[in-house]
Design a protein around this ligand. Structure first.
Ligand code: NAP
Length: 311
């Protein structure tokens, strides 16, 4: 690509500072031209309060939408209608239907829409997918347990309707699982625990099945005092394949394998490389499978009310 892609970021918060900014800096195809955020800005970059003003007053080719999911649809629709390529942070929206409509609109407008799943770019993920393609799967256990106070301090949106609660991290595990599985799975049972004072679950136990009868279980919990875990155990007829550290590590039959040297920004560097590729190829990449499983868990889930959660 001869000219750089002029990019605007909307919603300058934790993930923008931790991952998007260093990854954009490392990618020669992008130029961070503007931000739109009510309370934050990036040094040396034109700052606007909202996306409307940013689109009116700057010359952008693309936008990265990094605000909470409940506020993403309106911004995405506006950006697409203005002919911009759009990158959606995960989860791509608050509902399945809104993102499907965005994908249709992007196709009509001839712009690229990219629903990102950063965990799918974890260092071990493609190795696991390749290993599973050669083995017969017997069962799967996903464990996603982290301390919400440590990872989401003061984030109110995450507890509100559409914020997903414990599925905000849990959907990362599901994004890896659905990428590696090779067969579609459906939600067979869901038990969701809601704090009495919150609109989103603090824990979830899920059972999935595939058409061929493979059983998959997932346990997600934000009430963790001790060890945190982001693991997926794939029991195969040739032994155990384990993803650890949220996709960064791999254990096969009890032996940890080297998955290569990766920068701390590896997942997001891969996301921006893919976004540039999609723009150049005039394509979109919108896989809603992980979001559909979460939506079905809400649809089918038994709800148990547990103690209030206070930050
Ligand atoms: P965050 O720190 O709360 O930042 C989101 C930013 O969006 C806020 O700082 C806020 O900036 C802006 N915003 C716009 N409208 C908002 C509204 N109505 N309510 C609250 N904020 C609003 O959240 P985050 O952790 O960066 O997460 C953002 C998205 O990235 C989520 O979808 C999350 O799942 C995803 N993500 C997060 C992580 C992580 O480690 N934190 C990792 C991967 C993906 P202004 O107030 O300046 O407008």
């Amino acid at each position: 690509m001869n000219q750089k892609i002029n990019l605007g970021i909307v919603g300058v918060g934790k993930i923008v500072r931790d991952q998007h900014l260093p990854s954009i800096k490392a990618n020669a195809e992008f130029h961070l031209a503007a931000t739109a955020s009510r309370n934050a800005s990036v040094e040396g970059v034109r700052a606007f309060i909202d996306i409307e003003t940013m689109l009116q007053q700057s010359e952008l080719d693309a936008v990265a939408l990094c605000m909470p999911p409940q506020y993403r649809q309106a911004a995405a629709q506006l950006a697409i209608e203005n002919g911009k390529h759009v990158l959606l942070e995960k989860p791509p929206g608050a509902t399945v239907s809104e993102v499907e409509q965005l994908a249709e609109l992007a196709s009509k407008k001839g712009v690229s829409l990219y629903a990102t799943w950063h965990s799918r770019h974890g260092a071990a993920v493609e190795r696991v997918k390749a290993l599973l393609a050669e083995r017969q799967l017997k069962s799967v256990n996903l464990t996603w347990k982290e301390d919400v106070r440590k990872w989401h301090p003061g984030q109110e949106w995450i507890w509100q309707a559409g914020g997903l609660g414990v599925f905000d991290p849990g959907i990362n595990g599901l994004s890896i699982l659905t990428h590696c599985l090779g067969a579609p799975a459906y939600v067979a049972r869901a038990d969701l625990k809601f704090p009495a004072n919150k609109a989103a679950p603090i824990a979830a136990n899920l059972a999935f099945k595939t058409a061929s009868g493979i059983e998959l279980n997932a346990e997600m919990d934000w009430r963790v005092d001790g060890a945190e875990a982001w693991t997926i155990d794939f029991e195969t007829e040739k032994g155990l394949v384990q993803i650890i550290d949220g996709g960064a590590g791999l254990i096969v039959d009890g032996k940890q394998l080297e998955v290569g040297d990766h920068s701390p920004y590896g997942e997001y560097e891969a996301i921006y490389a893919r976004f540039a590729e999609l723009i150049q190829a005039q394509q979109s990449d919108v896989d809603l499978t992980p979001l559909k499983l979460v939506a079905d868990a809400f649809l089918l889930g038994n709800r148990e009310i547990v103690s209030d959660f206070n930050h």
